[in-house]
Design a protein around this ligand. Structure first.
Ligand SMILES: Nc1ncnc2c1ncn2[C@@H]1O[C@H](COP(=O)(O)OP(=O)(O)O)[C@@H](O)[C@H]1O
Ligand SMILES: [Mg+2]
Length: 253
């Protein structure tokens, strides 16, 4: 599905080597989290897959086709909700499809159904400024999902939310993801969020940005926060922490 082959990215301005020799394959329907210190190239990696910036060397392909520009089958959610301030919730959610000329008679009904799933029934005709930050981010997620993307790219999507909303939203995202054949690349600062959500966790290291290791948390689905108490959860989180912060691993008992 998503394939990065020996991808490097150097930004001309300041000649920053944001990524060096990154190779990664993501299967259709797979949920992959990306963690690592700030500046290690996580956002750059997503932007390359989104077709928003070109690679310096190497290749990014989706379903066997080289990515050279944004695509209709790829949707992105950023940390800040980025809604149109003058359009109501329903118009915001349907905006990309209308822009791409892909809206049809069912578009509004599908948008309303998604908004209901996201707990936003009754808010269809509110403006973004009338909603809390968490609600605005749900609108942005509904907007991405309405495109029925094969690839959903999320860059710290819950970063601006309070802890409770964040937990609620992450489980909601898992429920929605489970019913679709959608690959997710999910950047987060939170090691526990990465372990709880993902099939695999890509741990990156900085200067230059590289993949340090890929961890596969072996937790059954459906996931729940109770799994945070399990030995498997702790060992995966501990390994990731060690990779990022260089902590010593405790000796095996
Ligand atoms: N448009 C840009 N121009 C110049 N340097 C950039 C640009 N975008 C990112 N960088 C640099 O590339 C590196 C990786 O950035 P980024 O991908 O945003 O990291 P992360 O998301 O992991 O914090 C950083 O050193 C950053 O300053
Ligand atoms: Mg970033």
């Amino acid at each position: 599905m998503i394939r990065l082959q020996n991808v490097s990215k150097t930004f001309a301005r300041g000649s920053v080597e944001a990524l060096r020799d990154v190779s990664l394959t993501v299967a259709p329907g797979e949920f992959v989290a990306i963690v690592g210190a700030s500046g290690c190239g996580k956002s750059t990696l997503l932007r390359l897959v989104a077709g928003l910036v070109p690679v310096s060397t190497g290749q990014v392909s989706l379903g066997g086709t080289l990515v050279s520009a944004p695509r209709a089958d790829t949707a992105m959610v950023f940390q800040a909700p980025t809604l149109l301030p003058w359009a109501d919730v329903l118009r915001n959610v349907t905006f990309p499809l209308r822009l791409m000329g892909q809206a049809n008679a069912e578009t509004d009904a599908r948008a309303r159904a998604l908004l209901e799933t996201a707990g936003l029934k009754g808010f269809e005709h509110r403006l973004p400024k009338e909603l809390s930050g968490g609600m605005q981010q749900r609108v942005a997620i509904c907007r991405a999902l309405l495109q029925q993307p094969r690839v959903l790219l999320m860059d710290e999507p819950f970063g601006a939310l309070d802890a409770l909303t964040r937990e609620e939203m992450s489980l909601e995202l898992l429920r929605i993801w489970a019913g679709r054949n959608m690959a997710v690349l999910f950047v987060t600062h939170s090691i526990s969020e990465a372990v709880l959500l993902a099939d695999r966790v890509v741990v990156m290291s900085p200067r230059p940005g590289r993949i340090a290791e890929i961890i596969t948390p072996n937790l059954p689905r459906p996931r729940s926060f109770e799994q945070e108490g399990s030995a498997e959860f702790h060992s995966a989180a501990q390994r990731i922490r060690a990779l990022i912060y260089g902590e010593r691993l405790p000796r095996a008992a």
